[in-house]
Design a protein around this ligand. Structure first.
Ligand SMILES: Cc1ncc(COP(=O)(O)O)c(C=O)c1O
Length: 392
C-alpha cells in the first residue's frame, strides 16, 4: 500500500500542476514541522496565544443524569472559539517558514476561516477566505470578524453555496497561484499529505486528553466527537487508535433524517468515490454525481469525509452514527441548562448521541466528549430553529 493511502482511502487525485505543490508540501512538512525551533515556536503560541491546554472538564450534572462519568474536552475555550485554531496556526506558521506570502482557506461554519485569518494577521500574511453565500448568511458574525482581521472573504454563489463549493473554489485558486500561495486546509480532507498534516496538528487534543485522564487516575472507555470532514474527531482519536479497549465514536449530521435526501451522513449512507482530491466515502447518486447535503450545522454540511475516517469505519476500528438536527438542538439546550455551557451546533451532534449510547452500556463507563467549539456563532441559527426547516 502506498503511504498516501489509509487502507484503500486517500491518495492524490489532482491535476499535474498541483502534484508538484503537494510534493513540496510533504517535503516542507517533514523538514520543517519536526524541527526543534518550529515545535518550540508553535508550542509557545498554542500556550500563550491560543490558551492551551484546554481543560478536561468533569461534567457532574450530565454524569449524574446519564449514570456514567462524562468528561468534556473543552476545545470551545480556545482563542477564536474552536479546535480549528490548532491546525490553522500550525499551517500558517509552516507557510511562513516556506516563504509563502499569501494563505487561502475554505470555511463552512466560519471557524476555520476565522482561525486562518487570525493566524495570518498574527504572522503577517495576506489572507483570502472562500465561503459559500448560504454559509455567509448563517455565519454572518464570523464573516464580519474575518474582515475585521484584514482578510478578504470571497463569496461563492454556485451550487448549494456551502462548504463543498467553497472547498472547490479554494482548491482551484490555489492551483492557479501555487507559487505564492499556501492552501490552509480546514479539515482532515483533501489530497495527501493534507489529511496527515491536519491529523498531526490536531492530535494535540488526544495527547492532552490522555495525559489529563492519567492525572485523574482514569482510563477512557469511550471517546465521542462530531464528524464533518473529521479534524476534531481524528485529533482526539489519534492517541487512542492503538488502544483497542477504547471505543471511538464519530457522529455525523443526520439532518432531517438519513432516510430523507436532507442529511450529511457520509459514512452512514455514502459510497466510495472521489472528492476534493481524495478517495473516500462520498454521498453520491447511482451515476456518481455528488448529492446535495443538508445539516443545521454549516461545519458538518459536507458530502465527503477525511480518508482516515473512511478507513477507521471500513476496518471497524471506529463506529459512526448519525443524529438529526432536532436531536442536536435538544442536546445543545440540555447542555446549556445542565452545565451552563453553550456549545457549537456541530459539537452538539456529539452530545446528542449520549442518550442512545449510554442506555446500551452494560457497566459504568468513562466517556470523553470532544466539545469542538462554542456556540456564540450559532445564536441566530438556534433562535431561528424550527423542526424540519431546510438550511442551504
Ligand atoms: C466547532 C466546529 N466543530 C466541528 C466542525 C467540523 O469540522 P471537523 O469535522 O473537521 O472537526 C466545525 C467546522 O467548521 C466546527 O466549526
Amino acid at each position: 500500500m502506498k503511504k498516501s493511502y489509509y487502507g484503500e482511502f486517500g491518495g492524490q487525485f489532482v491535476p499535474e500542476t498541483a502534484m508538484f505543490a503537494l510534493k513540496d508540501l510533504e517535503k516542507a512538512f517533514h523538514e520543517i514541522a519536526f524541527l526543534k525551533d518550529f515545535k518550540k515556536e508553535l508550542k509557545d503560541l498554542l500556550k500563550n496565544y491560543v490558551g492551551r491546554k484546554t481543560p478536561l472538564y468533569f461534567a457532574r450534572n450530565l454524569s449524574k443524569h446519564f449514570g456514567h462519568e462524562i468528561y468534556l474536552k473543552r476545545e470551545d475555550l480556545n482563542h477564536t472559539g474552536a479546535h480549528k485554531i490548532n491546525n490553522a496556526l500550525a499551517q500558517v506558521l509552516l507557510a511562513k517558514k516556506m516563504g509563502k506570502k499569501k494563505v487561502i482557506a475554505e470555511t463552512g461554519a466560519g471557524q476555520h476561516g476565522l482561525a486562518t485569518a487570525t493566524a495570518a494577521a498574527l504572522l503577517g500574511l495576506e489572507c483570502e477566505i472562500y465561503m459559500g453565500e448560504t454559509d455567509m448568511q448563517r455565519q454572518a458574525l464570523n464573516v464580519y470578524k474575518i474582515e475585521l482581521l484584514g482578510a478578504r472573504v470571497v463569496g461563492i454563489k454556485n451550487g448549494l453555496k456551502t462548504l463543498k463549493e467553497a472547498t472547490t473554489a479554494a482548491l482551484q485558486t490555489w492551483i492557479n497561484e501555487i507559487e505564492k500561495s499556501f492552501y490552509v486546509i480546514g479539515s482532515a480532507v483533501g489530497p495527501y499529505p493534507y489529511p496527515q498534516i491536519v491529523a498531526h496538528f490536531q492530535s494535540i487534543i488526544g495527547k492532552e486528553t490522555k495525559k489529563q485522564l492519567k492525572k485523574l487516575g482514569k482510563k477512557a472507555d469511550m471517546i465521542i466527537a462530531c464528524v464533518g470532514g473529521g479534524s476534531n474527531a481524528v485529533g482526539i482519536f489519534y492517541e487512542f487508535i492503538e488502544d483497542k479497549k477504547v471505543r471511538l465514536i464519530g457522529v455525523e449530521a443526520g439532518g432531517l433524517g438519513v432516510d430523507t435526501p436532507y442529511h450529511a451522513a457520509t459514512l452512514t449512507k455514502g459510497r466510495t468515490g472521489i472528492i476534493h482530491g481524495m478517495k473516500t466515502k462520498v454521498l453520491q447518486d447511482e451515476l456518481g454525481n455528488i448529492l446535495p447535503v443538508h445539516s443545521i450545522s454549516a461545519g458538518l454540511d459536507y458530502p465527503g469525509i477525511g480518508p482516515i475516517h473512511a478507513h477507521l469505519f471500513e476496518s471497524k476500528r471506529a463506529s459512526y452514527y448519525a443524529v438529526s438536527d432536532d436531536e442536536c438542538i435538544e442536546a445543545l439546550k440540555f447542555l446549556c441548562k445542565k452545565e451552563g455551557i453553550l456549545s457549537a451546533i456541530e459539537s452538539a451532534h456529539a452530545l446528542a448521541i449520549l442518550p442512545k449510547i449510554c442506555k446500551d452500556l452494560s457497566k459504568k463507563s468513562v466517556i470523553v466528549v470532544n466539545l469542538s467549539g462554542r456556540g456564540d456563532k450559532d445564536i441566530e441559527t438556534i433562535k431561528a430553529y424550527k423542526k424540519g426547516r431546510i438550511y442551504g
